[in-house]
Ligand binder design. Sequence first.
Ligand code: ATP
Length: 319
Amino acid sequence: MDQEMSEINAIEITGLTHRFGERTALNDLSYSVRRGEIFALLGPNGAGKTTTIRLLNGLYSPSAGSIRVLGFDPQTQGQEVRCRTGVLTETNALYERLSARQNLHFFGTLSGMPGAELRSRIEEMLTFFGLQSRADEKVGTFSKGMKQRLALARAVLSRPQILFLDEPTSSLDPESAQQVHELIRSVGQQDGHTVFLCTHHLDEAQKLADRVAILNAGNLLALGTLEELARQFNPGLWVNIDLAQPLSAPLALGDFRGVVQVKQAEQHLEVQVESEKVIPALAAELVRQQAQLLSFQPNKVTLEQIYFQLQENVREGKK
Ligand code: ATP
């Protein structure tokens, strides 16, 4: 990768294939992750998410293709990669018999942080992750949510440029998951961290990610922002309209440019349009036809709709 690309992209993956014996876990993938973005790799069990994180950290060597993390090859420059990245895996790898503060001290020392800087960073992290009041208690007494917050503190302690998160909320209740989401978002905004998040939770990816890559059985089905994916895979958009008065005559929208179909009831309309661009003109047309608008609500496409559309495409052999 040339210098310019490594300044824009934190991660560059080109033609990446990984096989375990006969099984192909990743099949000829090419994509990049930009510096400073939260990038979600989304896919069902066995899609290849953990394998990707291990390859990016130099724990596996690819069967084919190339990887660059911050311009380094994780295979031959693993140490360079690991000292600039933080990892949070499903198992949090904390010492249960040590306190929160001792855990952070241990891992910070391991990563070579100088003593004075480490001590002040530990206090900053304990406060930021809401663990200050339990800092000297053994981690074995912590709830899962607290352990995960501490594991996240550990992962960002040495200010890594890239944070790898593998299913960071998989064992948490909704409240703790939400806390961890908020922390991931603020970690992403701090220090320009790049976050590479692997998850099978659609709402997690939708809430956090700037861009999403959808993986299935080692193949990349789609990649983009939610808006881009919506345009590409779910072009129809429904607008729900409530009227203050029943229509005196049905609205004439059949020939209106960009309208796909219309469902009309007395005081309620559902109009499917080709894209968001049609919406202002549609609203103007309704007013022109003297519809008494009470509410006008385009339904945002969710990642869930896109995801299931893609799975259906796969089943029907469209992709
Ligand atoms: P999950 O959400 O279940 O963790 P994942 O997306 O992380 O799934 P991977 O763990 O990367 O998926 O697995 C991708 C594929 O590679 C699966 O078919 C899995 O069985 C296979 N695989 C993973 N690790 C190994 C291994 N060490 N030996 C053999 N096959 C493996």
